[in-house]
Design a protein around this ligand. Structure first.
Ligand SMILES: C[C@H](O)[C@H](O)[C@H]1CNC2=NC(N)=NC(=O)C2=N1
Length: 106
């Protein structure tokens, strides 16, 4: 059962919750307390356009990914710093970023 996280922020996910969530985000690499996905855009401007849309989501959610841009490849890394690991905020953000990606990539 979820605790009241209005003041403290969400709690870290437990291992069972992480295992249950993994198949729902198949394009993400699951690390220790972090998930990562690389997106290859068709061009550098398209990659920057994707980053702009990611930035809008991050501001709206007040939850910000680490972003690495290398020419057409954008890598997003999600973790909840205040919780010291993965939380529901990372899963929800990842789902939204999947919906914004310029094209499916593996
Ligand atoms: C004050 C502000 O809400 C916090 O600093 C937010 C901002 N964005 C954040 N983003 C991420 N990824 N983790 C955080 O703990 C976090 N904290």
């Amino acid at each position: 059962m979820a605790s009241d996280d209005s003041a403290t922020g969400p709690r870290p996910l437990d291992p069972d919750e992480i295992e249950a969530a993994r198949p729902t985000l198949p394009l993400w690499e699951w690390g220790d307390g972090v998930i990562r996905r690389s997106v290859e855009a068709p061009s550098f401007p398209a990659a920057i356009d994707f980053v702009r849309r990611v930035a809008e989501v991050a501001e709206r959610r007040d939850h910000h990914p680490d972003i690495d841009i290398r020419w057409r490849t954008v890598t997003l890394a999600l973790s909840t710093h205040s919780a010291g690991g993965l939380t529901v905020l990372d899963l929800e953000s990842a789902r939204e970023y999947d919906s914004l990606a310029p094209e499916p990539s593996v």
